[in-house]
Ligand binder design. Structure first.
Ligand code: PLP
Length: 451
């Protein structure tokens, strides 16, 4: 009985369809879930507990966000204290100390040059904020024609209209009609069967040079920004080839195009540094974050920008009482979320979690590539504490086998994510090597058992 975990926990949850139907769940096969609910009632360390009282290893850190694991007293207490002291303060025209503290903490962890934080409550809001910021920046500089946005195939920038327009996950777009005009660079995923460990060595500059084709087509005078994930998670962990991000940076600088990194997954440890920018040695003009900034314990995201971008808005702001950027959310820099962020960044720093990720990464790489040759495995990719497996597709049903594999893993006590024709792993930073071994070996067993 899950109530034995905590006397204050609510009564055992109802699992009948009549009850479950009221909640239309996001990115979920609702009919499947409600026929076979997978209800999580508690989390502690690297494990979830389900309604049967089973412990399930969290092989994706929630949704790439809970690297410190679950149920941490220090984070929960910071959230509780903040909610009691100041549950909400107006986000517009008034402030509260926690957001300024968090902005300073974040800036201190960014590569040189990224100086100012604009807060949102999610990664999707960070994506749309960064795209609007890029357009408004050029307009403020008298170049209002620079509105075109360029993303990348297989890119994921959340689900709002800007994000899906620059995004390149086909399934997320086609149901929704006209978005914002956007172009897409080719993705950087090597052909199946490459089994690349870490970064692909060749072809990086040539792939980035495809941006020159888009510039030739449209002219840089019409292009506001290029947005990419340093490495993409949701598409199945796609790693940039050596030199790729450097060349994108060079081209953007030469042609006066802003470079936006969407670090919603790569930020705050997962890549083995504070940011993908740091790890790959390339600094964007705008860096988006979310997820790990609060360890997932509160919704929070944002964009960190250069002094040049920030100061351009301030200088063009008109009389001092005027707004410089007419944009923001009721929950931008929510005080309770900021308190979570401050507590989480303190722990990530104290325990030097990026160093722990770097230390675990070689063993994790060896383990996941140990599944080369396993049944159905067409390709494996990895970086830091993230790995993606492409599975050979069943005819007409590329997503079916990954779904079945993920559900069987859950039944065996391991939560992994499936998406498209891939299985994705992003275990907590606090995992032990033995836990990582068990996760990967369970996945291997399930692949063997799956038709
Ligand atoms: N950007 C990237 C790179 C992501 O991985 C995600 C979520 O997975 C998002 C944006 C969207 O974030 P959210 O779901 O918080 O809106």
């Amino acid at each position: 009985d899950p109530r034995t975990l905590d006397a204050t926990a609510p009564a055992a949850p109802r699992l009948d369809a009549a009850w479950l139907d009221a909640h239309w769940m996001p990115f979920t096969g609702n009919r499947d879930f409600k026929a076979r609910p997978r209800m999580i009632v508690a989390g502690e360390g690297a494990y979830y507990t389900d309604t049967d009282g089973r412990k399930v290893f969290d092989g994706l850190s929630g949704l790439w966000c809970s690297g410190l694991g679950h149920g941490r007293q220090d984070i929960a207490q910071a959230i509780g204290r903040a909610a009691l002291q100041l549950d909400y303060a107006p986000a517009f025209q008034f402030g509260h100390p926690a957001s300024f503290e968090l902005a300073n903490r974040i800036v201190a962890l960014m590569p040189e040059g990224l100086r100012h934080v604009f807060f949102t409550s999610s990664g999707s809001e960070a994506a749309d904020t960064s795209l609007k910021m890029a357009r408004a920046y050029w307009r403020t500089r008298g170049q209002g024609g620079k509105t075109r946005l360029i993303g990348r195939e297989k890119g994921y920038h959340g689900v709002n209209f800007g994000g899906v327009s620059v995004g390149g996950m086909v399934g997320n777009r086609k149901a929704f009609g006209q978005g914002i005009e956007a172009d897409h660079l080719p993705h950087t995923q090597p052909p199946a069967g490459t089994f690349q460990r870490g970064m692909p060595q060749g072809g990086g500059a040539a792939l980035a040079d495809r941006l020159l084709d888009l510039i030739a087509l449209h002219d840089a005078s019409t292009i506001a920004a290029v947005i990419v994930e340093p490495f993409s998670g949701s598409a199945g962990v796609v790693i940039p080839p050596v030199g790729y991000l450097q060349r994108l940076r060079e081209i953007c600088t030469q042609h006066g195009i802003l470079l936006i990194f969407d670090e919603v997954i790569t930020g705050f440890g997962r890549a083995g540094g504070w940011t993908g920018a740091e790890v790959f040695g390339v600094t964007p003009d705008i860096l988006n974050f979310a997820k790990q900034v609060t360890n997932g314990a509160q919704p929070l995201g944002g964009c960190v920008v250069t002094a040049e971008i920030h100061d351009t808005f301030m200088a063009a702001g008109g009389p001092q009482y005027m707004l410089e950027f007419p944009h923001g959310y009721t929950y931008s820099a929510h005080p309770v979320a900021c308190a979570a962020g401050n507590a989480v960044l303190q722990v990530l720093q104290q325990d030097d979690m990026p160093a722990r990720v770097r230390a675990l990464a070689p063993a994790f790489e060896r383990m996941v590539h140990g599944l080369r040759g396993a049944r159905h495995v067409a390709d494996i990719r990895n970086f830091g504490l993230a790995a993606g497996f492409t599975l050979e597709s069943l005819p007409e049903e590329p997503a079916r086998r990954p779904y079945e594999v993920a559900m069987k893993c859950w039944d065996k006590g391991f939560y992994v994510r499936y998406g498209g024709d891939t299985i994705q792993l992003a275990p907590p930073f606090i995992s032990t090597e033995a836990e990582l071994e068990r996760l990967v070996s369970a996945l291997g067993d399930v692949l063997q058992e799956t038709a």
